[in-house]
Design a protein around this ligand. Structure first.
Ligand code: BGC
Length: 764
């Protein structure tokens, strides 16, 4: 072997070794973003750095830190100038590695105190890899996969310089008309709290100074989900028990999980706008919860207090916001314009300003921005990685809820000879991403049509959208759709809403399927072919007619980039649907609000007492109206209850056992039940635990979720599912104080909020 050959062989071997080394390092780095737990910087250290920096700051520099701006309408030179002068400490809606690095360079090299910027952006359910809308993620009842989804979002977003996101949105709502129902976790405080924790942990990661860590922002504090009539930005009136027992719960969970920031809201709460609300921001958040994070206003929400009629002018708005404890103003200029004169007039104290600035600086130190303000351009390659898309597919699969499946219409055999793919959402790559997608791109979506063709081969798929978009009122496409249906073995109709019909400012009075979708579904049903409807929407729609007309119905929400393949996995039985509803599905807008944990009333309805409208005798009859709490037309039950969801298999619950029938208010119970997969397919079941406090010092809900577990069961397998129920989980606020009251309780373990094995226990 001559020297030249030896050199080449070595070089090749070295190259391979080097490649192997690089692969190992990338895998380690990737895994470490999910698993490594490393110590945080010392708290005292951070406090002393905060104090030392604060002591050098001028008032202008402090006010600059308290102000955040969207510079979209500024020229490059204007932006550079305000950064070098320390006029703004934070930007939102600016992105791109080069741009952000250039601005950071100015901030840390040219501004007097070299304070880095913090760049914020709404990364609500994915950055470039888009996951299902949060309401869809909530339908997975799987905090682990939700946490990983948010971790991936942070890895992608941070690679573009974003170290702060305005998520999670954890507003409980009882109103599906509200467009922002899409962004939250639904109606239940227990489920939303578990998910809030997972989201915060996912967003922030294990180590805040890691370049992939992003500061979370629990929003909107607080009560925004209770806007009257579901009309966005509307007034809210929330009693203190509902506020504390329901609305605040997920926020407390986010705080306990370490959420670095909170956002005040647009709404007024019991007469006081939440961006100037001392009770919620100072009393509850700071005093009771001892929160030392940072509070940002919502977009322009400080000056909006003038429209609310709570402040006469911007100066007063700035005063009320800072007094209430809003540290940073998002996209507004009341702080920039008025804090100085408010101090001169001694309406705002130095201590107040310093407290706000400390909260902001602490955040920047915690994130390690002083040490490492720049984005690594190499990180860009972490966007849309195959394993990210794979996870998006898993989450989308677990988020779909099977609401009907007569005669096992689903799953379809992958060897079916033909299917008709119809409907406005069948091939709508942007719409399936859902609301609040700033950076995700339609071109990265895989639609149901593409995925179904992939499974069956294009020749077996007869596609005719029938309607161009969800609100389309033209019936000109009907004939083609019906013809496609007639020549196919089964119909897959992808119904729903375009993305623009939910989200901020997108409330709807009627929550039926828009346009003439129902009419097309009705025509398709007449063909007699098996009709499978898949609904892709940003809210729980009133779909009673569609349920009646279809043979199977899968509710998929807006499922994100990989909605298509995920749905194909379910439609062709690669996996069974396993999602459960995170919110009650009502029969129509008139039944709103309907949430499963309502109180009982003095006249609760039963199946016997409900008198359906059509059965009432025609003239002057007093006959058996029931005089119970129901609607003559809707009855007393919703279309589908909270927690509901079917599977391709069936589950049988048995043997509910409690470790004791009583406990003290400091005790705990172990509660167990067996669940059998009684069918031929392996599948997940979400086992739910509910309680009822029968008598209280204030009236108590008829049911409350206190535990859930997603379990995987092989066909014919039985598992025993165990829950711990500490007495502390039964605590509630009774209008005066938090109490755990002695008395009798019901307990259920079951598949949803309306069914389950029952037992009872007492608190002595
Ligand atoms: C929304 C917030 C959002 C902010 C910044 C506001 O209109 O209410 O949720 O984070 O805009 O985009």
């Amino acid at each position: 072997m001559n020297d030249v050959m030896v050199y080449f062989i070595h070089k090749k071997a070295n190259l391979q070794l080097f490649k192997l080394f690089c692969i190992v390092i990338s895998v380690v780095v990737f895994l470490s973003t999910f698993s490594c737990k490393q110590p945080e910087p010392n708290k005292n250290d951070i406090e002393s750095r905060v104090n030392s920096l604060l002591s050098k700051m001028t008032l202008d520099e402090k006010i600059g830190q308290m102000s955040q701006i969207d510079p979209s309408y500024m020229t490059g030179d204007q932006i550079k100038k305000i950064v070098s002068e320390g006029k703004y400490g934070s930007f939102l809606n600016i992105f791109g590695v080069e741009k952000i690095n250039a601005l950071q360079k100015i901030a840390v090299e040219k501004s007097r105190l070299k304070i880095p910027l913090i760049i914020g952006r709404d990364v609500i359910h994915g950055y470039r890899t888009i996951f299902p809308i949060p309401l869809g993620m909530a339908a997975t009842w799987n905090p682990e996969i939700v946490k990983k989804a948010f971790r991936i979002s942070s890895v992608e977003a941070s690679s573009q310089g974003i170290r702060w996101t305005f998520a999670p949105m954890i507003d409980i709502t009882w109103d599906p008309r509200w467009g922002r129902v899409a962004e939250g976790c639904g109606e239940d405080p227990y489920l939303a709290s578990a998910l809030a924790k997972a989201m915060v942990e996912g967003i922030q990661g294990d180590k805040l100074t890691d370049p992939t860590a992003v500061a979370a922002c629990a929003k909107h504090f607080v009560g925004y989900g209770f806007v009257e009539g579901g009309r966005d930005y509307n007034t809210t009136y929330i009693s203190e028990p509902v506020l504390r027992n329901v609305v605040l719960k997920p926020f407390k969970a986010a705080k306990d999980a370490g959420a670095l920031t909170f956002m005040s809201a647009f709404n007024d709460l019991n007469g006081v706008p939440t961006s100037g609300n001392e009770f919620t921001l100072r009393q509850i958040l700071r005093k009771e919860w001892k929160y030392d994070g940072m509070v940002v206003s919502d977009w322009g929400s400080i000056s909006e207090m003038i429209n609310h009629g709570y402040c006469a002018n911007e100066k007063e708005a700035a005063l009320k916001a800072i007094t209430a404890g809003v540290d940073m103003e998002m996209s507004g200029s009341t702080y920039v314009k008025h804090l100085k004169s408010l101090m001169d007039e001694e309406k705002v104290s130095q201590a107040m300003i310093d407290e706000a600035v400390k909260n902001i600086l602490r955040l920047k130190f915690k994130l390690g921005l002083f040490e490492n303000p720049y984005v690594d351009p190499q990180a860009e390659k972490e966007i849309l990685a195959p394993e990210f898309l794979d996870h998006a597919r898993t989450v989308a699969r677990q988020s779909a809820v099977l609401l009907k499946n007569d005669m096992n219409t689903l799953p379809l055999s992958a060897s079916i000879s033909s299917v008709a793919v119809i409907g406005p959402l069948a091939d709508a790559p942007r719409d399936q991403l859902g609301t609040w997608v700033f950076d995700g791109k339609a071109e990265n979506s895989v639609t149901p049509l593409t995925a179904i063709k992939e499974v069956l081969g294009g020749a077996k798929v007869n596609f005719a959208a029938g309607l161009k978009y969800s609100r389309d009122k033209s019936k000109t496409g009907f004939a083609e759709a019906i013809a496609a249906a007639k020549k196919s073995q089964a119909i897959l109709f992808f119904a729903g809403e375009e993305w623009i019909l939910s989200g901020e400012g997108q409330s709807r009075g009627e929550i039926n399927l828009p346009g003439v979708q129902e009419e097309l579904i009705e025509e398709l049903a007449k063909t007699g072919k098996p009709l499978i409807v898949v609904v892709m929407a940003g809210r729980p729609l009133a779909i009673g007619n569609v349920v009646r007309k279809s043979n199977a119905l899968l509710y998929a929400f807006h499922g994100g980039s990989m909605a298509g393949p995920a749905l194909a996995d379910l439609i062709f039985g690669k996996e069974s649907p396993s999602g459960k509803l995170p919110i009650t599905f009502v029969k129509g807008s008139g039944q709103i609000p309907f949430y499963y944990y309502h109180n009982n009333t003095g006249r609760p309805a039963t199946a016997k007492s409900w008198t359906p409208l059509d059965s009432i005798p025609v003239i002057n009859s007093q006959a058996s109206l029931g005089y119970k709490s129901f609607y003559l037309d809707y009855g007393y039950k919703p279309l589908f209850p909270f927690g509901f969801g079917l599977s391709y298999t069936t589950f049988k619950y048995s043997d509910l056992v409690l470790s004791s029938t009583e406990m003290t208010n400091k005790g705990r119970l172990t509660v167990k039940a067996s669940v059998l997969n009684n069918g031929n397919m392996d599948a997940d079941e979400i086992v739910q635990l509910y309680i009822r406090d029968r008598v209280g010092s204030i009236t108590r809900p008829v049911k409350e979720l206190k535990g859930f577990r997603r379990v995987h069961l092989k066909s014919r397998e039985t598992v025993s599912v165990t829950f711990e129920l500490p007495a502390s989980a039964l605590e509630f606020f009774n209008g005066k104080e938090n109490v755990i009251e002695p008395g009798e309780f019901d307990i259920w373990i079951g598949p949803n909020s309306d069914e389950g094995l029952h037992s009872e226990f007492a608190i002595k």
